[in-house]
Design a protein around this ligand. Structure first.
Ligand code: HEC
Ligand code: HEC
Ligand code: HEC
Ligand code: HEC
Ligand code: HEC
Length: 192
C-alpha cells in the first residue's frame, strides 16, 4: 500500500518525536549515586535546626555542607544502622570528608553568595531548594553528559513548562528574580 507523502511523513514523525522526547533525557543525563544515604528527616525529628549543619556565619561565609568532624560529635561509634556503620568506617575513622554530590552546584565561573539571599533578602531555603531539607534519602544526582553540570540547573522538565519556582536555576532564573525585585545585576556580580 502506498500512502500519500504527507500521511507517511506524519506516520513516521509522530513515533520519532515520541521516541526523541522520551529517550533524549535518558541519553542526555547520567545518574550518579550519593556516597551515603543521609537522612534529613531523622535529624529534624531529633530536634536539629538547618543552621546546625548549614549556617551563614557573621562574616557572611556560608558553611555549605557539614564536615565529617561535625557528624563525629554524635556518630563516633558504630551501632544498629548500616548507614551509620558505613559513615563511621569509611569517613569518621579514616578522617575523610564525605564526597556529597551537590544538586545545586553552579559552574565554576558563577559566584553565588548565600548571605545576601538568606540574611538580607530573607529568602527561605525552600524558595531555591524545595523540600530537600525534609528528605529521608538524598535524591538521585543527575549530570548532563555534554556540559557536566547538574540537572537541577535546568530543572526536571525538558520544556520547563509547569515547573515549580524552585525547579531550575539557570542564569535567566537568577536574573528574573533580581529584576522582579527591581535589581539590575552586572555580569561581574554573578561571574568571576
Ligand atoms: C545533621 C546535619 C544536617 C541538618 C540538621 C540539615 N542538613 Fe541539609 N544536608 C546535610 C548533608 C550531610 C547534606 C548532603 C547530603 C544530601 O544531599 O542529603 C545536606 C544537603 C542539603 C541540601 C542539598 C544541597 C544540594 O543541592 O544538593 C539542602 C538544600 C539542604 N541540605 C537543606 C537543609 C535544610 C533546609 C535543613 C533544615 C530543614 C537541613 N538541610 C538540615 C546535613 C544536614
Ligand atoms: C536564592 C536562592 C537560594 C537560597 C534562598 C538558598 N540557597 Fe542554597 N544554594 C543556592 C545555589 C545557587 C547554590 C549553589 C552554589 C554554588 O554552586 O556556588 C546553593 C548551594 C547550597 C548548598 C550546597 C553546599 C555548598 O557549599 O554549595 C547547601 C547545603 C545549601 N545551598 C543550603 C541552603 C540552606 C540551608 C538555605 C537556607 C538557609 C539556602 N541554601 C538558601 C541557592 C539558594
Ligand atoms: C547532634 C547530634 C547529631 C549530629 C551532629 C549528626 N547526627 Fe546523624 N543522627 C542523629 C540522631 C539523633 C539520629 C536518629 C537516631 C539514630 O538512628 O541513631 C541520626 C541518624 C543518622 C543516620 C541514620 C539514619 C537512618 O535512617 O538510618 C545517619 C546515616 C546519620 N545520622 C548521618 C549523619 C551525618 C552524615 C552527620 C554529619 C553531617 C550527622 N549524622 C550528624 C544525631 C546526629
Ligand atoms: C544574576 C546573576 C547573573 C548575571 C547578572 C549574569 N549571569 Fe551569566 N550566568 C549566571 C549563571 C547562574 C550561569 C550558569 C547557569 C546557566 O548556564 O544558565 C550563567 C552562565 C553564563 C554563561 C555560560 C552559559 C553556559 O551555558 O555555560 C555565559 C557565557 C554568561 N553567563 C555570560 C553572562 C554575561 C555576558 C552577563 C552580563 C551581560 C551575565 N552572564 C550576567 C548568572 C548570571
Ligand atoms: C528568589 C529570588 C532570587 C534568586 C532566584 C536569585 N537571587 Fe540573587 N539576590 C536576590 C536578592 C533579593 C538579593 C539582594 C539581597 C539584599 O542585599 O537586599 C540578591 C543579591 C545577589 C547578589 C549580591 C550582589 C547584587 O547583585 O546585589 C549576588 C551576587 C546574587 N544575588 C547572585 C545570584 C545568582 C548567581 C543567582 C542564581 C544562581 C541568584 N542570585 C538568584 C534574590 C534572588
Amino acid at each position: 500500500m502506498k500512502l500519500p507523502a504527507p500521511v507517511s511523513f506524519a506516520v513516521g514523525l509522530v513515533p520519532a518525536l515520541a521516541a526523541g522526547w522520551l529517550l533524549f533525557p535518558r541519553l542526555l543525563y547520567r545518574t550518579e549515586a550519593q556516597p551515603l544515604a543521609f537522612n534529613h528527616k531523622a535529624h529534624a525529628e531529633g530536634g536539629m535546626a538547618c543552621t546546625d549543619c548549614h549556617a551563614v556565619a557573621e562574616n557572611g561565609r556560608f558553611a555549605g555542607l557539614p564536615s565529617t568532624e561535625s557528624c563525629a560529635g554524635c556518630h563516633a561509634e558504630k551501632g544498629e544502622s548500616k548507614t551509620i556503620n558505613a559513615l563511621v568506617a569509611s569517613y569518621v575513622e579514616p578522617g575523610r570528608e564525605v564526597p556529597w554530590l551537590v544538586h545545586a552546584r553552579q559552574p565554576d565561573n558563577v559566584y553565588f553568595p548565600h548571605a545576601p539571599h538568606v540574611t538580607t533578602g530573607k529568602l527561605a531555603c525552600t524558595r531555591c531548594h524545595g523540600p530537600e531539607g525534609e528528605s529521608t534519602t538524598p535524591r538521585a544526582y543527575q549530570v548532563n553528559r555534554l556540559s557536566g553540570y547538574s540537572r537541577d540547573l535546568w530543572g526536571p522538565s525538558m520544556t520547563r513548562a509547569g515547573r515549580k519556582e524552585w525547579q531550575g536555576m539557570k542564569m535567566s532564573d537568577c536574573i528574573h528574580c533580581h529584576r522582579a525585585g527591581g535589581r539590575e545585576s552586572a555580569c561581574l556580580d554573578c561571574h568571576k
